[in-house]
Write a protein that binds this ligand. Sequence first.
Ligand SMILES: Nc1nc2c(ncn2[C@@H]2O[C@H](COP(=O)(O)OP(=O)(O)OP(=O)(O)O)[C@@H](O)[C@H]2O)c(=O)[nH]1
Ligand SMILES: [Mg+2]
Length: 312
Amino acid sequence: MLITEINIKFKAGNGGNGIVSFYKERKGPDGGNGGKGGSIFIASTSDIYALSNLRKGAKIKAENGQHGMSKRKAGKFGEDLEVKVPIGTIITDKNSKEVFEVTDKDYRFLLCQGGRGGKGNWEYRSSRNTTPMQSQKGFKGQERDLYINLKLIADYGLIGLPNAGKSSLLKEITSAKPKIGDYPFTTLEPNLGELEGKIIADIPGLIEGASKGKGLGIKFLKHIEKVSLLFHCLSCELKEPEKSYQQIRNELKHYNPKLLKIPEIILLTKTDLKSEKEVKLILKVLKKLKKQILPISIYDWDSLEKLKTLIS
Ligand SMILES: Nc1nc2c(ncn2[C@@H]2O[C@H](COP(=O)(O)OP(=O)(O)OP(=O)(O)O)[C@@H](O)[C@H]2O)c(=O)[nH]1
Ligand SMILES: [Mg+2]
């Protein structure tokens, strides 16, 4: 499942305590320092599903540093933790109101600083005090209460009537795992997939009257307002493909006439259900629309490859 919003707490590791210890027969202090606690770093990834590795309401903790040891041995450092979040993630510290925006692919920064280790009594030795009984506790690791929000802006949009095969295409060309069903309105929320760094949005099916609230309505069209290319899916099963096409265009127009200006390619889907001759006939009818048309089927590898080249 694609997670785009999560509240979560992060805590860097505490520093280990310094200790009080002496060489045999009290010949001087030898208490070592505590180890530094692990820090938490944020790094970017192009995997838009990365936030699903974080559990809602959980606390992500880096390892604590170990306490110091005798013979001036310092405690082991706690291991740093790297948390990957998708590019486009905005992290807000709910208390300090600091905002971190993960903008590009090589982004890495320190979010929570690990606590310093405390000093062992060896550090407190002096000519006046050769047997210091003092040591220092480790410092607390930095803690943050965060709101993480992923703002995805799709580059491409898949639209069309319910059951046109939009989600099936998204599933074939990206690693997204949308629900597929042989009934209308299988998709209730937009699905997003990624292909070579480009985000493709598959939105719930539109029907005539969607702009008046029919079906699931047009509220999801906001997800495709900024795309650079629309794929309008038209199934070979349609009796009047041209009419169905115009109906959808009409709904787009009602929502925002600017949507009609977005470059568009028609995907004539499910071509495997028809003979070559029948497909040619449909293409002939659709030619009048003067649009680029790609006949496609999830069972036709070549056609899927063609779609991928249109995207990358
Ligand atoms: N034969 C064949 N069936 C397909 C093809 N693509 C999709 N289907 C089937 O068509 C049905 C609808 O597919 P979906 O991908 O869920 O369609 P959708 O456009 O996302 O539908 P909504 O989410 O309801 O708008 C499913 O039963 C799919 O298995 C295809 O290329 N060939
Ligand atoms: Mg769907």
